[in-house]
Write a protein that binds this ligand. Structure first.
Ligand code: SF4
Length: 88
């Protein structure tokens, strides 16, 4: 069993309240091989929400505390993404 981003199976949980449905995602779900989750929502972020991106590195740098995640309004949302990781 694998976890799959919920937006890839058609859940409208992206920041813009849209999905990005993929055939592979739907196939894995229909075969019972994947569980859809949206870590951003599980971390407490609303939908829709401001888009966010990593600043100062990549995902590994965020995990090591060398980079952060900032939304397009300048808010540091790194802790919210950490919360999503901890809940998993
Ligand atoms: S966090 Fe949610 S919206 Fe973002 S890629 Fe994952 S499932 Fe999609």
């Amino acid at each position: 069993m694998k976890l799959i981003s919920a937006c890839l199976i058609g859940c409208e949980c992206r920041y813009d309240q849209k999905s990005c449905r993929t055939h592979l995602g739907e196939q894995l779900l229909s075969q019972g091989k994947a569980i859809p989750v949206c870590p951003e929502q599980l971390g407490g972020l609303p939908t829709p929400r401001p888009p966010a991106e990593i600043v100062g590195g990549d995902g590994f740098d965020v995990l090591d505390g060398r980079a952060k995640i900032v939304d397009n309004q300048g808010n540091d949302v790194t802790d919210i993404f950490w919360l999503a990781l901890i809940k998993h």
